[in-house]
Design a protein around this ligand. Structure first.
Ligand SMILES: Nc1ncnc2c1ncn2[C@@H]1O[C@H](COP(=O)(O)OP(=O)(O)OP(=O)(O)O)[C@@H](O)[C@H]1O
Ligand SMILES: O=P(O)(O)OC[C@H]1O[C@H](OP(=O)(O)O)[C@H](O)[C@@H]1O
Length: 183
């Protein structure tokens, strides 16, 4: 049986990486789950998630040689989900990845079982969290707050996690979503 890909999406600063880190810790040791490590053309020491940092040239080479299940561009960076995640899905494992809202329709054509986990929080909380994080300068923060994305495509399975309280509450909500069977 094919496993489900949970794609965790939401505006920059809403807490995707924070909740994913917490869920990864809570579920570590459970072989049913695979948390994707993204390949990004961002410096390894930029802060935030533990991604695989590559140059633009290396990213293009991997893309050309079938190294990715999916790629996208945002914030002046290239992002990729490794093709090996397809093997995990084929083996029936549940894959969890931080993703872009703009790629959902494309991803739905690639993986048989896709669930979108949309993280939300009040806009003022998102803006405050982005500034407090300090990974981007003020101009980059403003761009991230203003980023426009398409509405979620119709027909896709979506669950929402409201990250409007403490981190532990948000993590518990995400773990509950990941642990519940989808239709
Ligand atoms: N529930 C919460 N309460 C308070 N602070 C939070 C909460 N969730 C996340 N944060 C903080 O908000 C900041 C942004 O969170 P995080 O980096 O996880 O967001 P993100 O959605 O992954 O953003 P991006 O898409 O830009 O990577 C971090 O500094 C994090 O510690
Ligand atoms: O706005 P949309 O298209 O949904 O997301 C665009 C990208 O922004 C975030 O990246 P980062 O973790 O901030 O580098 C997301 O993880 C995604 O890769």
């Amino acid at each position: 049986m094919t496993g489900t890909l949970f794609l965790v999406v939401g505006p920059s600063g809403v807490g995707k990486d924070t909740l994913l880190d917490g869920a990864r810790s809570r579920l570590s040791g459970d072989p049913r789950f695979v948390f994707a490590r993204r390949v990004i053309t961002r410096a390894a020491d930029a802060g935030g998630e533990d991604h695989e940092a590559v140059t633009t040239e290396e990213f293009a080479r991997r893309k050309a040689t079938g190294g990715f299940l999916l790629t996208w561009a945002a914030h002046g960076l290239n992002y990729g989900l490794p093709a090996a995640l397809l093997d995990a899905l084929a083996a029936g494992r549940t894959v969890v990845a931080n993703g872009s809202r703009a790629t959902i329709a494309e991803l739905g054509q690639i993986v048989p079982r896709l669930t979108i986990v949309e993280i939300t929080a009040p806009p003022e909380a998102v803006a405050a969290r982005l500034r407090a994080r300090g990974r981007e300068d003020e101009a980059q923060v403003a761009e991230r707050i203003a980023r426009a994305v398409p509405a979620l495509p119709a027909g896709v399975d979506v669950v929402r996690v409201v990250n409007d309280a403490d981190v532990a509450s948000g993590v518990a909500k995400l773990v509950a979503v990941l642990s519940a069977p989808r239709p």
